[in-house]
Write a protein that binds this ligand. Structure first.
Ligand code: CTP
Length: 228
């Protein structure tokens, strides 16, 4: 596919939730379906890229021609992403757990007759997106996602700065036609000095437009030639 915009490029995408084990039968998860990340992987492949998709536990088939690496936890996702570098672009669409149990019980945690509650100690996970953006082999373009219930622009731009991203895609969660468990999505995409709304539209169309933005930024605007 030499004439497609991402021909010769490697795009690394994460998708889905992570599951953080508490004991052999329980875990902490979240409501990410993985559909947005899978749609981005499919769109990048359609644009000619070699695509690596690191997926948390989801009930989705990998898009044709995409290399899929299945993981469960945030720690496993971190390891798989680092092993898949270098890449020209990284799109962190996964809803990675921010916290994980400090210890995983080797046996099923049982309630005692007098137990009124249970305190779980959680520790921070490593931030995959920030680590990719700070990596010595940093992709030319690092794209993050932000699921927000309020102060969308301020929170999203905060992530852009704090994690040193090139683009951040903010999702308004909890409203129809956007975010988790929805087949449609609306993204507010922010970068330093700019903004574009994508959607509301089916996730495949939103992903195609986002990949178009990514492809455009991998080209040098003065020469029209691919950035090295
Ligand atoms: N992310 C990551 N590794 C983590 C946590 C998050 O790579 N351990 C990435 C996600 O893939 C996503 C972005 O960071 O691209 C989301 O940022 P985050 O700060 O986790 O957002 P929230 O969970 O919404 O955080 P906050 O509690 O600050 O709103």
């Amino acid at each position: 596919m030499p004439d497609t915009p991402l021909a010769g490029r490697h795009v690394l995408v994460t998708a889905g939730p992570t599951y953080e084990d508490i004991d052999p039968v329980r875990f902490l998860g979240n409501r990410s379906s993985g559909r947005m990340g899978f749609a981005v992987a499919a769109a990048a492949r359609a644009a000619g890229a070699r695509v690596t998709l690191v997926a948390g536990p989801v009930a989705l088939d990998a898009p044709a021609g995409v290399e899929r690496i299945d993981v469960r936890s945030a720690a496993q996702m971190h390891e798989a992403v680092m092993a898949a570098l270098p890449a020209d672009a990284y799109v962190g669409a996964a809803a990675v757990a921010d916290f994980t149990p400090a210890t995983v019980s080797g046996h099923k945690i049982k309630k005692g007759p007098g137990d009124a509650g249970l305190v779980l100690e959680l520790v921070r996970t490593r931030d995959i997106l920030a680590d990719v953006a700070a990596h010595p082999r940093r992709p030319a373009l690092v794209v993050g996602f932000a699921a927000e219930t309020g102060n969308l622009e301020a929170n999203a731009r905060g992530k852009l700065d704090a994690k040193k991203l090139d683009l951040v895609c903010a999702n308004r969660v909890g409203v129809p036609g956007s975010g988790f468990e929805s087949s449609d999505n609306t993204l507010e995409v922010y970068w330093n000095g700019g903004h574009r709304r994508i959607g509301p539209a089916p996730k495949a169309a939103v992903a195609a437009e986002l990949v178009g933005l990514v492809a455009g930024r991998l080209v040098d605007p003065t020469t029209g030639r691919p950035r090295p």
